[in-house]
Design a binder for this molecule. Structure first.
Ligand SMILES: [Zn+2]
Length: 331
């Protein structure tokens, strides 16, 4: 490429990135900032997500996962309550630049004011302890997305680390139906294949796989197989491409290899099912081009280099997830 073309590409990609609604469907920042003794408002160089870097990365909607490792914490629900309280402390302290999402109206209003919209998500249905009432309470506390399982078995179903996994339990199916009724996103990331298929049969709403890539390109059990991707897309769902190197390529993960996932999934099922789910602050390694959330414009530049139309780029950056949010969460 000529220097002039490179400059033009840089400029175009920056402008397009700024104009787009950028949505990241997964980060583990809530638990990371606690462990690392930092807060959202200050960029310390530690971790991958904070407010200054979210702004530099052009992020408009950030999902914040409450993840409690089922093995290490006996009292999962208490711990989740504590992290949710921490979320709202951060929201209150930074109300000038970030707002929690309760429904589509609060999301749109926040964006119109130039603020980042924060969607509270819980990762791992063990928090429910087999009780639908807990789900209802989490909803009242502002949780709008639930990853049904982590890697292991819980009351809802089996995660990807379970040997000979089964599908959703009766309780798992009841949870999906209740989430549909309440207006919560059903997240199938980490769920084993039989459960995945049960969710698609049970849910009357599009579902998300908040952080997963293509299994064909990178055979990690957390990635989705072709038939899963096609079915997710056919139901109007979205998968958030994740930046964790072992999910991108087994030998040489890079931005180019991540873009290969975009190409592959777009050819397989169309661009409408592609979104972002970085997993920042939940991952121990990164690819150099996407070392933290402020580097996101590099991804947009990569999409343009590969010949994606502006419309397709905007869909991938956030419009697809926005479509699902608009459909699923209360208006
Ligand atoms: Zn995860």
């Amino acid at each position: 490429m000529h220097t002039r073309d490179v400059v033009e590409l840089d400029l175009n990609s920056v402008l397009l990135h700024q104009k787009s609604i950028v949505i990241d469907a997964h980060c583990d920042t809530l638990t990371a900032i606690e462990k690392q003794k930092r807060c959202l408002s200050v960029s310390t160089g530690i971790g991958q997500v904070d407010l200054p870097r979210l702004k530099r990365g052009g992020v408009n909607v950030q999902f914040f996962a409450v993840f409690v490792s089922p093995g290490s914490e006996k009292r999962v629900l208490e711990r989740v309550m504590e992290v949710i309280a921490h979320f709202y402390r951060e929201m209150a302290e930074n109300a000038a630049s970030i707002v929690p999402v309760f429904n589509y109206r609060t999301l749109a209003h926040g964006l119109a004011q130039g603020k980042i919209a924060a969607l509270l998500a819980v990762e791992g249905g063990e928090v429910l302890a087999g009780r639908l009432g807990v789900l209802n309470s989490l909803y009242l506390m502002g949780v709008r997305s639930l990853t049904l399982t982590w890697n292991h078995r819980n009351e809802l179903g089996d995660g990807i680390a379970v040997e000979q996994p089964g599908g959703l339990t009766k309780f798992g199916m009841a949870v999906v139906k209740e989430m549909n009724r309440l207006g919560m996103l059903v997240d199938v990331a980490h769920l084993a294949a039989p459960g995945f298929w049960d969710v698609l049969k049970t849910s009357r709403q599009p579902v998300i796989a908040s952080h997963a890539n293509s299994y064909t390109l990178c055979p990690h059990p957390r990635n989705l197989k072709n038939e899963q991707i096609k079915a997710l897309a056919a139901g109007g769902g979205v998968m958030g491409l994740t930046f964790y190197p072992p999910f991108i390529h087994l030998d040489c993960p890079s931005l180019e290899k991540l873009l290969d996932h975009v190409d592959y999934i777009a050819n397989l099922a169309g661009v409408d099912c592609i979104g972002l789910g970085s997993d920042f602050d939940g991952i121990s390694e990164v690819i150099p081009e996407l070392s933290d959330v402020s580097r996101l414009p590099a991804f947009t530049r990569g999409l343009l280099t590969r010949g994606y139309s502006k419309e397709a780029v905007k869909k991938i950056l956030g419009d697809n997830l926005l479509r699902v949010l608009k459909t699923v969460i209360p208006s």
